[in-house]
Design a protein around this ligand. Sequence first.
Ligand SMILES: Cc1cc2nc3c(=O)[nH]c(=O)nc-3n(C[C@H](O)[C@H](O)[C@H](O)COP(=O)(O)OP(=O)(O)OC[C@H]3O[C@@H](n4cnc5c(N)ncnc54)[C@H](O)[C@@H]3O)c2cc1C
Length: 484
Amino acid sequence: MTAAALVRFLGPGFAVTLVESAEIGTVGVGEATIPQIRLFNAGLGIDENQFIAVTQATFKLAIEFVGWTRGGRYMHAFGEVGRDNGGVAFQHSWLRGLAEGVAQPLAAYALNNAAALANRMQRGPARTAQILPEMPYAFHFDAGLYARFLRDYAEARGVTRHEGKIVEVRRDAETGDVSALHLDGERAIPGDLFIDCTGFRGLLIAEALGAGFEDWSHWLPCDRAMAVPSERAADFTPYTRATAHPAGWQWRIPLQHRTGNGIVYASDALSDDEAAAQLLANLDGAPLGDPRPLRFTAGKRSAFWQANVIAIGLSSGFLEPLESTSIHLIQSAIERVLKLLPGRRISAAQRAEYNRQTNLEVDRIRDFLILHYWANDRDEPFWRARREMPLPDGLAHKIELWRASGQIVREEADLFSEVAWLQVLAGQGIAAESHHPLADQPPAAQIAEYLDLLAKLTAREVAQMPDHAAFIRQHCAAREEIAA
Ligand SMILES: Cc1cc2nc3c(=O)[nH]c(=O)nc-3n(C[C@H](O)[C@H](O)[C@H](O)COP(=O)(O)OP(=O)(O)OC[C@H]3O[C@@H](n4cnc5c(N)ncnc54)[C@H](O)[C@@H]3O)c2cc1C
């Protein structure tokens, strides 16, 4: 992604070199995205239907959370929920409606949620476009195929690619900057700015430059995963599923040619054998191999940009894939690199600004993930401990504000909108005790009618949408060839 975007947006005055090692390989997971990925692809001029076809992708409208509370299941759907009423945010009318017994669950007022539940998909404006929004969507895709596609794209536009292992990172004795990468076979690659995309080990940022790691396992204690593909599902649900289990959760990501599955767990609460058994017992098709183990620690680098090295991807830190945010963090890091691109001299202020913005972004995502764990009402020791953990201050305040007043405030750099927080706060069963007084002004019958109308329009819109699998067959069925 980084090489493709740099060659696309930097002019002819820049030379971009990519080093990859087939022997080391990639982490090989990461299949669910959020809608911003469409901006990235569009920025690169990639045709959406071609992208879907070559990456075996399906559409994603939402994430379904199952078993996180005793209440069962809810969705965090992309896009709007309801409609503001005379300047008052929708959740206040909804909260009043709940208190008066005339409101349905949030799902009834969210087009993405209702379409996802019905396995439907459409692109473009809603039929009732004056009232209902267009559905934002993301993709589930085969990350390996996407990387191949982007590699071809990058090479076709002038990126020089070296296949080989970096065996030494050379540094300038005076400045401490990285001066060159030495590959096996005596090759040396000099450079002015180095982007470290070497995965968890952070070969440049951590091993060469010694950037530290802020460990967040006291909030997000899952430290292992096992991934296994299974036979393709008959119908591709247009949503990711995240199902809680006794010591973590399991993902299900439907692609055109297979379903991606994985279990995320805390190694001090579940053994690897138990995790593998739990994963295999909860597939909805035959497994296509053995579960593949992965280890990680939740947290972030103490600096994302240090000297002349910027860490992007897993080398910059790790947040578990509960809200499919890692590929997005790569995308937004690339955007930030382009905005703050240094000339031959890098200033400390540029680095500090890059690190400031990145810290804000990852800290907000971290809080959103912690909310899912903290607000559970499951019985197992792992989950009881999550309920008792002290929260980051910003998150504690957000929950308190919601409880007291039904208000949600989107903070600076928060990737997730007010309605994203609303769906998870409400979905995880945190009740708001009050709502905005202006929502009490309309007569009761008017609020009931308003909520009823929104739900009916949403259901009617969904009813005329095509089936998700049929939509893919018609517009973007998988193809074998990889064309740049
Ligand atoms: C369990 C799990 C599930 C995930 N699910 C999602 C998801 O659903 N959605 C999402 O957005 N993200 C997800 N992610 C994150 C996502 O997989 C990564 O962000 C993404 O794959 C990018 O990885 P990367 O390129 O940083 O690292 P890697 O894939 O590890 O790539 C590292 C690269 O560096 C090269 N390299 C390393 N060392 C050397 C060396 N010495 N010499 C030469 N080359 C070297 C390797 O060859 C490789 O090309 C998930 C991650 C995990 C662990």
